[in-house]
Design a protein around this ligand. Structure first.
Ligand SMILES: CC(C)(COP(=O)(O)OP(=O)(O)OC[C@H]1O[C@@H](n2cnc3c(N)ncnc32)[C@H](O)[C@@H]1OP(=O)(O)O)[C@@H](O)C(=O)NCCC(=O)NCCS
Length: 219
C-alpha cells in the first residue's frame, strides 16, 4: 500500500489494535490514533486515545479500522461507521503474500506472514492473522477471523462471523456455517452446518453452545 498522510483511527486499543497500528505504520500511515470505550486507556503503542466510537463523526476525513476481536462487536462497530458514511480501510502487512485475483473487503486486516492464494474472496471486517494461510478459491464471508497459524485448504467456505482458532486446519472443499467457533488446534474434515463451538481432531461439537464465549478469547 502506498504512503498515506491522512489520519487513521483504530477502534480498540487492545493487543489486536497494537498489531494493526504496527501494520498501519509500515504501510505509511504517520497520523495514527485510537478510540477506546475505556476512559482509563490514554495511549496505545505511543499513539493517543482520542475518543470513543460515538466520536467518529467528528472526524469526517479520517480513515477507520476496527480492531475488536469479538466478531459480533466488530460487525456492529464497522456497520456504525458505514452508516455514518465514514471511510473504513483494509490493511495488509507488507510481508503478507496476496496472490492475483484475490478480493479483500473493507475493514479486513491481513497480518505478517499470512498467505492468501488465487481466486479467494475475503469479505469485509475479516482478520487473516499472523502466519495463517487461505488457499485457492476460498470464500470468507464478512467478519470471519482466521487465527494465528491456522490453515484453510482449497475451496473452503467460511460463514459470517465464524472464528477459526489458532493452529486449526480446515480440509479442502469444506463449508463451515456462520457463527461458529473452531477451537485452537482443531481439524475440520466434514462440513459444519450448525452454529456452535467445535473442538478436537477431528472436530466434535462442544456441549456448551454459547458463541458469546468467543468474546473471552484474546487476540
Ligand atoms: C474452544 C474454546 C472457545 C472453548 O472455550 P470455553 O468454552 O471457555 O471452554 P473451556 O476452556 O471451559 O473448556 C471446556 C472443555 O473443552 C476443552 N477444550 C477447550 N478448548 C479446546 C480445544 N481447543 N481443543 C480441545 N479441547 C478443548 C477443555 O479442555 C475443557 O474440557 P474438560 O471439560 O474435559 O475439562 C477455546 O478453548 C479455544 O480453543 N479458543 C480459541 C482461542 C484462539 O484460537 N485464539 C486465537 C487468537 S488469534
Amino acid at each position: 500500500m502506498s504512503a498515506d498522510i491522512s489520519k487513521l483511527i483504530i477502534i480498540g486499543a487492545s493487543g489486536h489494535g497494537k498489531v494493526i497500528a504496527d501494520i498501519a505504520a509500515r504501510c505509511g500511515y504517520t497520523d495514527i490514533a485510537f478510540f477506546d470505550d475505556n476512559p482509563e486507556v490514554k495511549e496505545c503503542m505511543g499513539y493517543p486515545v482520542i475518543g470513543k466510537t460515538e466520536n467518529a463523526k467528528e472526524y469526517p476525513n479520517a480513515k477507520f479500522i476496527v480492531a475488536i476481536g469479538n466478531p459480533k462487536i466488530r460487525q456492529k462497530v464497522q456497520e456504525q461507521l458505514e452508516t455514518m458514511k465514514l471511510s473504513v480501510i483494509s490493511l495488509i502487512h507488507p510481508n503478507a503474500v496476496i496472490a492475483d485475483h484475490v478480493e479483500i473487503g473493507e475493514g479486513t486486516v491481513v497480518m505478517a506472514g499470512a498467505v492468501i492464494n488465487p481466486a479467494s474472496k475475503i469479505g469485509k471486517g475479516c482478520i487473516v492473522n499472523t502466519g495463517a494461510s487461505v488457499d485457492h478459491d476460498n470464500v470468507l464471508e464478512d467478519f470471519v477471523h482466521v487465527s494465528v497459524g491456522s490453515h484453510l485448504a482449497g475451496t473452503v467456505r467460511i460463514g459470517k462471523r465464524t472464528w477459526i482458532g489458532a493452529g486449526a486446519v480446515v480440509s479442502n472443499n469444506i463449508k463451515i456455517c456462520e457463527d461458529c467457533m473452531i477451537g485452537a488446534g482443531a481439524v475440520v474434515v466434514k462440513d459444519i452446518e450448525k452454529s456452535g463451538i467445535y473442538v478436537g481432531v477431528p472436530v466434535r461439537e462442544q456441549v456448551r453452545r454459547d458463541t458469546e464465549n468467543m468474546s473471552k478469547q484474546k487476540n
